[in-house]
Design a protein around this ligand. Structure first.
Ligand code: ZN
Length: 235
C-alpha cells in the first residue's frame, strides 16, 4: 500500500485543523482532489529504483512546496530525456544519435570490448581513463529472482559483434555482486568456443572492488587498478 494510509492520516489531521479556519466544505473540496493526485505522485515516485515509501513521501512533499518554476523544469526535462535520448544501436549505451560518441570515435580500440551492465557503468569506467576500447551494455544482469534471464539482456547482440573476429579481448566488467558474477560466468561459458583457439581472451576485472557492490560506486583509483590487473577467466 506504499504508505497511502500514512498520507491519508496526515491529510485527515489537516482537515481537522483547517476546518476551523477555512470551513470544512472548502477544505474538503480541495483535499478531496488533492489526496488522489498526491497519492498518485507518491505511487509513481515509489516505482523508481531505490525509492522506498518514506523517500517517495518526502520527495512528493518537497515537490508540493517547491517553486512552480522548478517543478515545471523538472517535468520538462523528464519528458525531453525520453523524447531525445536513445540507446546506441551497436553498444546499447545512451546516445543522442543512432550510435553513441564512443562507437563513432575512430581512436577507440575496436579489438577490446568491455561488457557492462548499465550505461552508468560506462561513465564510471570512462572516469578512470584506463580504458581505450569499446563497450557493450547488457541492460542489466541475470537475476532469476527479478525474472531477468539471458534473453532479456543484449547478449544476442554481443554474440553478433564477436562473430567477425575483430575483438581479441573481451572484458567482463559486470558488477562484483551475485547477479554480476552469475552473468560473467554465463557469458564466459557462452563465448568459450570463440576463445578455444586462442583468438579471444576473456578477462574479468581484478579483485579490490568492493564485493557485493556496484561498479559505479567504486572510486576511480580502485576501478582503474582493477582494470590494469584484470585476469583471464578459466571456464
Ligand atoms: Zn555505442
Amino acid at each position: 500500500m506504499r504508505g497511502g494510509a500514512w498520507i491519508r492520516f496526515g491529510i485527515g489531521i489537516g482537515i481537522g485543523i483547517g476546518a476551523g479556519v477555512g470551513g470544512r466544505a472548502a477544505w474538503g473540496a480541495v483535499l478531496g482532489v488533492y489526496e488522489g493526485v498526491v497519492q498518485d505522485l507518491i505511487d509513481e515516485l515509489g516505482r523508481l529504483p531505490n525509492i522506498g515509501p518514506k523517500s517517495a513521501q518526502r520527495i512528493a512533499f518537497h515537490l508540493l512546496q517547491a517553486d512552480p518554476a522548478d517543478v515545471r523544469r523538472l517535468a520538462e526535462v523528464l519528458l525531453r530525456v525520453k523524447e531525445t535520448v536513445r540507446f546506441c544501436e551497436l553498444c546499447g549505451n545512451v546516445a543522442s544519435a543512432q550510435r553513441c560518441r564512443i562507437c563513432l570515435d575512430p581512436r577507440r580500440d575496436a579489438t577490446v570490448l568491455c561488457v557492462v551492465e548499465e550505461p552508468k557503468d560506462v561513465v564510471a569506467i570512462e572516469r578512470t581513463r584506463e580504458f581505450r576500447g569499446r563497450y557493450h551494455v547488457l541492460g542489466g544482469a541475470i537475476s532469476p529472482i527479478d525474472g531477468v534471464g539471458p534473453d532479456d539482456l543484449r547478449i544476442r547482440e554481443l554474440m553478433t559483434r564477436l562473430a567477425d573476429g575483430t575483438v581479441v579481448e573481451l572484458i567482463l566488467a559486470t558488477d562484483p555482486n551475485l547477479e554480476g558474477e552469475a552473468t560473467a560466468t554465463y557469458l564466459a561459458r557462452l563465448v568459450k568456443p570463440l576463445a578455444a583457439d586462442g583468438a579471444l581472451r576473456i578477462t574479468r576485472l581484478a579483485s579490490g572492488l568492493p564485493v557485493g557492490g556496484d561498479l559505479e560506486y567504486a572510486d576511480e583509483v580502485t576501478l582503474g587498478r582493477a582494470f590494469e590487473g584484470r585476469r583471464s577467466l578459466d571456464v
